[in-house]
Design a protein around this ligand. Structure first.
Ligand code: AP5
Length: 208
């Protein structure tokens, strides 16, 4: 199964992708996480990406496409995977088409005001990547429920960067909705519903 999680920043793509990983036992490939991992290891790719990510801009297509090609060639992707945050531009989508046939594109939607509110109160685990927020706060402040790791807030979750991420989304990424609609691959789910409800609807669409 080859899925794409699509939608604006903060709509809940990562939250749902992690639940799908547990359910279907296939890896989540998040381009944002790959860039952040590279940055924590201070690789040249990570340092290059940081300049774009801090401002909420997209990392150039050539860099992103090369990184994704390398990742999906890994053995753990043989049975399928969940792409989270890729593709985000038409050139990325066309490149993905050249590489493989995608089974479904899950478009998680949310209102801009909800997104800004959610991202300003999102906490992530440095160790296992678990996501916490207003609706799922950690039991102990600053500590991950799942692994005890340290929780942190992303630099690009500051309101100014979020506003730019939304602008970039509407300009560059939103047009892909039509691209995937024409291919009859798009399933849209309202990400304003409770997390479990969103998950059930995605699962039903995948298994239909
Ligand atoms: P990336 O890391 O992919 O960020 P994003 O797409 O902006 O998405 P987020 O991770 O912010 O949000 P999400 O939709 O996963 O929401 P989440 O589940 O965490 O990209 C970061 C940067 O990397 C980009 O800006 C760009 O610079 C670069 N980049 C990445 N991919 C690229 C590409 N392909 N090309 C070029 N550049 C690229 O949820 C958010 C919060 O809401 C959480 O607190 C969660 O608990 C809460 N929540 C989730 N669902 C619900 C719900 N149903 N109800 C209530 N709360 C909810």
């Amino acid at each position: 199964m080859k899925l794409v999680m699509f939608g604006p920043p903060g709509a809940g793509k990562g939250t749902q992708a992690k639940m799908l990983v547990e359910h279907y036992k296939i890896p989540q490939i998040s381009t944002g996480d790959l860039f952040r991992e590279n940055l924590s290891r201070q690789t040249s790719l990570g340092l290059k990406a940081k300049a774009y990510m801090d401002k909420g801009e997209l990392v150039p297509d050539d860099v992103t496409i090369a990184m994704i090609k390398e990742r999906i060639a890994q053995p753990d992707c043989k049975k399928g995977f969940i792409l989270d945050g890729f593709p985000r531009t038409l050139p990325q989508a066309k490149e993905l088409d050249k590489l493989m046939k995608i089974d479904k594109v899950v478009n998680v939607t949310s209102k801009d005001e909800t997104i800004i509110k959610r991202l300003s109160s999102r906490w992530l685990c440095r160790k296992c990547g678990a996501i916490f927020g207003i609706d799922i706060p950690p039991k102990k402040k600053g500590i991950c429920d799942k692994c005890g790791g340290e929780l942190y807030q992303r630099d690009d979750d500051k309101p100014e960067a979020v506003k730019n991420r939304l602008k970039v989304y509407y300009e560059n990424t939103h047009p892909l909705i039509e691209y995937y609609e024409k291919k009859k691959l798009l399933f849209t789910v309202d990400g304003e519903q409770p997390i479990d409800v969103v998950f059930e609807k995605i699962k039903m669409a995948i298994e239909k």
